[in-house]
Design a protein. Structure first.
Length: 284
């Protein structure tokens, strides 16, 4: 069971790591870049002479691992799912170099017995050589098995309003059947995404795609349709995960242009299920 004070003070390790160009290329490939080898706009994200990092790569930089699996957290990790993710890009990410990631728990909401809990955390990624801030990431983890521990029922983060009407832009991007197996090589080793037994115990028919892989696919859509593949134009991206994606499904991103950015959501074409909602994008 969750102990609120202990979880808020849980020591999540600071991560210092070196990015190689191969790591950047692997990340970009793992979210679907390069599926069209003749698309010259995607080539700089897969080919090393002028390799570029996708903004969403920030989610795997300085990543402390699946820390909620530590018994000291009191979290029933098998029933944990990724609820919300926010990325603020302070400057384009380097394709190689050394970075430092610092993560902390910033809040816990007890939704009550049988309703789960929400764990809010923040990670700041900086250039280890200069101390310059590269990205700030905020995450909501939905601990489905941990409600009723006696914690506070709020405050709950308010999501961006859902858009109305017909989207201005619609883009379909396919995922591959083995995509979760590739994506986990970025450092997220939760067995939910590769082990059928663990997936079944968590209530899924098969291993599901990482929520952050879905985040990367949607980021690709926003980069393509709003930023012309220029990381310098990318400012912020927030979303809520509404339903899991199974590897091999097609993710359709729907975009509504707004002043300074856009609203968006995404759905799986094959099942007509919304998988990402309450999306907000801001230009740099």
């Amino acid at each position: 069971m969750i102990d609120e004070k202990k979880l808020l003070a849980h020591p999540i390790p600071e991560i210092r790591s070196t990015i190689r160009w191969q790591d950047t290329a692997l990340y970009n490939l793992s979210i679907g870049l390069g599926q069209d080898p003749l698309d010259l706009r995607q080539l700089p994200f897969t080919y090393e002479p002028e390799l570029r990092a996708m903004p969403s790569m920030a989610v795997v930089l300085g990543y402390p691992g699946f820390w909620v699996k530590d018994p000291a957290t009191g979290v029933d990790w098998v029933k944990v799912v990724h609820g919300e993710q926010s990325l603020i890009l302070h400057k384009p990410l380097p394709a190689s170099g050394e970075i430092l990631g610092t993560t902390k728990v910033t809040g816990i909401v007890d939704r009550g017995p049988g309703k789960g809990a929400m764990i809010y955390s923040e990670r700041v990624v900086v250039d280890a050589a200069t101390g310059e801030k590269l990205a700030t990431l905020e995450q909501t983890t939905f601990a489905r098995g941990d409600g009723g521990f006696g914690g506070q029922p709020g405050p709950v983060k308010k999501p961006h309003p859902e858009p109305e009407g017909t989207p201005d832009i619609t883009l379909d991007l396919a995922t591959r059947p083995e995509q979760a197996a590739y994506y986990r090589l970025n450092g997220d080793h939760n067995p939910l995404h590769i082990d059928p037994g663990v997936a079944s115990a968590a209530g899924f028919k098969a291993p599901i795609l990482h929520g952050l892989c879905t985040f990367g696919v949607v980021c690709h859509a926003l980069m393509r349709e709003l930023c012309d593949y220029s990381p310098e134009k990318f400012g912020r991206m927030d979303l809520r995960f509404s339903s899991p994606v199974y590897p091999g499904e097609t993710i359709r991103t729907e975009i509504w242009r707004e002043a300074g950015g856009a609203s968006f959501r995404a759905r799986v074409v094959e099942r007509a299920v919304v998988v990402v909602s309450n999306g907000l994008f801001k230009f740099a």
